[in-house]
Design a binder for this molecule. Structure first.
Ligand SMILES: [Zn+2]
Length: 360
């Protein structure tokens, strides 16, 4: 009921953009991975700036002093919970790697993914989320790397959609797909590239639907487990920053993120709209937010880039100002900074961010 009310509120705000959410109702978040100083001073500065929510590493969520100080300063805490990105597990168990259509492990620079069909791994992830929520009682869980392999951070607007990776074609996924969809692969296909080529040519839609199901069911299982531990916990999902049509339907075809299905299990959705690093204008942040909003009944909170990443082109104050303003436009439910560490590295952006929040 509460979520329906929130959705209605956002719809009204979207239709009447003059009624922007007031400061006290917006989620103003910051992703924070580590902090070496006083938590008291940290959260005092958040109170002063207007940041009301932390998206925090497991290390910080597990720190009792951090959690106590957050509560004392009325800061909500979300645990950032990566799922299929797991270099530690892959270092010890390379046989768990997701496999691309060329037959090789799905990996590029630092990005490497676990096959999403492995029952033991999935179970371990669900139980890990359950344990962390039981032990530390965060206000929310923010499910990250909940998709199939793609290094979207380096996918630019002119990228040929056909060149994007589509995984996973290891024997476990192929067996499950074949059995669950009743699609028998021709016996004369032997190599992974042959099998992958046949599936993508003969059954592309079934393949995409089935792959989206792997991601949606993982969210469902994690959400169910953490809600058993803490009934009022909020579930957020990190989305690739692509509209439905981008890259020939890449959000579903490549990443396996079916926003409609995912939103049934989530309370919030957060596209990672890091405009500068994927060579987009600030207005693109609003466009992606709107695209996701039109597909869901949940609040959409875009996450935005603060400092330089991947590209060495200047990201100046004016571009940052426009990015924040675009992120806050209705139907957005707020903004999440990526990251707190990047923000405080540039004090002039701290002041600018504070000014923008006060103005709006
Ligand atoms: Zn697989």
């Amino acid at each position: 009921m509460r979520i329906q009310y929130i959705s209605l509120l956002f719809l009204i705000l979207w239709i009447f953009p003059g009624c922007a959410p007031k400061a006290e109702t917006r989620m103003i978040g910051a992703k924070i991975y580590e902090h070496s100083g006083s938590y008291d001073l940290l959260f005092e500065s958040w109170n002063d700036l207007g940041i009301n929510t932390g998206f925090c590493s497991q290390e910080l969520i597990s720190d009792q002093d951090f959690m106590r100080q957050a509560r004392d300063h009325r800061i909500s805490t979300f645990l950032i919970f990566p799922v299929f990105f797991n270099p530690d597990v892959l270092a010890h168990s390379p046989h768990l790697a997701a496999i691309n259509r060329d037959g090789f492990a799905a990996a590029e620079e630092w990005v490497e993914f676990v096959c999403p069909s492995r029952e033991n791994y999935r179970h371990e992830m669900v139980e890990k989320a359950r344990r962390l929520v039981r032990e530390h009682a965060p206000d929310g869980i923010s499910i990250d790397f909940i998709r199939h392999f793609v290094y979207w951070e380096k996918v630019y607007p002119d990228r040929d959609p056909a060149s994007l990776p589509v995984s996973c074609f290891d024997s476990v996924c192929l067996d499950h797909f074949s059995k669950e969809r009743g699609i028998a692969l021709p016996p004369d296909l032997h190599s992974v590239p042959e099998k992958a080529g046949w599936i993508l040519e003969s059954h592309p839609e079934e393949w995409t639907r089935w792959r989206c199901g792997l991601i949606t069911s993982m969210v469902e299982e994690i959400a169910e487990a953490v809600r058993e531990e803490k009934t009022d916990i909020l579930v957020n999902i990190h989305l690739v920053p692509w509209s439905e049509e981008d890259f020939d339907g890449g959000r579903m075809r490549v990443a396996g993120q079916d926003v409609v299905a995912l939103s049934e299990h989530a309370d919030l959705l957060s596209p990672m709209t890091y405009a500068h690093m994927v060579k987009q204008d600030p207005s693109w942040v609003h466009a992606i937010t709107e695209d996701v909003f039109m597909k869901t009944t949940r609040p959409v909170i875009p996450s935005i880039q603060v400092g330089l990443a991947y590209l060495d082109e200047e990201f100046d104050l004016e571009e940052f100002r426009e990015t924040v303003e675009e992120a806050l436009k209705p139907p957005s439910g707020g903004v999440i900074l990526w990251s707190w560490e990047r923000l405080i590295a540039e004090p002039e952006k701290v002041e600018l961010f504070k000014d923008i929040l006060r103005e709006r």
